[in-house]
Design a protein around this ligand. Structure first.
Ligand code: SAH
Length: 265
């Protein structure tokens, strides 16, 4: 561990704290404090004790640790949905992806980390800046070269051409369908995250009259379990709802359309 590095400290109760190691600094909690210098030069997994004897174990943050604790402007997409987004949108190294809006950059982090070349459209300059800073802080300056954010309204149009994927997290994704038909290559995928099912339905209605086919809408339920001795059961609490994921592929315009072909006449 080096000074300047972001680390996660895990306490005896499993609580996580995201901290940047600074030479000469102290980590303070209700259990007292310890010196960052005790960790600098040490290895992941090292455990230190605070002035009252509480234990803290140091680890490098995973993407999920970082996303849940990084500085936020807008609400982030949670890790439970980030994994499925990468698979549903079929993100691959070198994929040319348009993302809108970028918000705090949680989804951007997942896309860039998976190897995509990401252009983000974000209407709020402060969020654009926050997302850039979060991506560079977690993935480093080299990965950040594959991430560009433009401050603009995606409803007004998309300049990119021949994109592989478009990933949307904004209030009216149906307003992007027409632009996506122009900007994606054939076979390309559009994916939208929407908190409300009425948004997903309106998107599906727009997709149904577009060159997109193979539309699907899913939600991801993630229930953790308590596993301790004889007590093995689902946890009492869960995040019951975050958002719906709708994806579709650009195939059209195809005479007759795939959907039409499935319906017996
Ligand atoms: N997916 C992001 C969170 C996005 S929040 C994350 O995981 O961190 C939704 C964002 O969309 C907000 O930042 C909002 O400013 C932006 N936005 C809303 N309408 C937009 C539009 N028409 N064009 C571009 N960005 C838009």
């Amino acid at each position: 561990m080096e000074a300047g590095e972001q680390v996660v400290l895990v306490d005896g109760k499993g609580r996580h704290y995201l901290v940047t190691l600074v030479a000469g600094a102290q980590f303070h909690t209700h259990t007292g404090f310890f010196e960052h210098d005790e960790l600098v030069g040490g290895e992941e997994g090292t455990t230190v004790r605070s002035t009252t004897g509480a234990r803290y174990t140091v680890l490098r943050p995973t993407l999920a640790d970082y996303v849940l604790r990084m500085p936020r402007g807008a609400q982030v997409i949670y890790p439970k949905d980030l994994g499925p987004i990468l698979v549903l949108a079929d993100i691959f190294p070198g994929a040319r992806v348009l993302e809108a809006g970028v918000g705090s950059g949680a989804c951007s982090l997942a896309l860039v980390r998976a190897g995509a070349e990401v252009v983000g459209y974000e209407i709020r300059p402060d969020f654009a800046e926050r997302a850039r800073a979060n991506v560079a802080a977690f993935l480093g300056d080299e990965a950040a070269l594959r991430y560009r954010v433009e401050v603009r309204d995606v409803y007004e149009g998309v300049d990119e051409q021949g994109l592989d994927r478009i990933v949307l997290d904004l209030p009216e994704p149906w307003q992007v369908v027409k632009h996506a038909e122009e900007a994606l290559r054939r076979g390309g995928i559009l994916l939208a995250y929407t908190p409300s099912i009425t948004q997903a339905v309106q998107l599906r209605e727009t997709l149904a009259t577009s060159g997109f086919e193979l539309a699907e809408t899913i939600e991801v339920l993630h229930r953790s379990w308590h596993v301790e001795g004889q007590s093995v059961r689902p946890d009492h609490r869960m995040v019951a709802h975050t958002g719906f994921l709708t994806s579709a592929r650009l195939l059209g315009p195809i005479a007759g359309g795939l959907k039409a072909a499935k319906v017996p006449r």
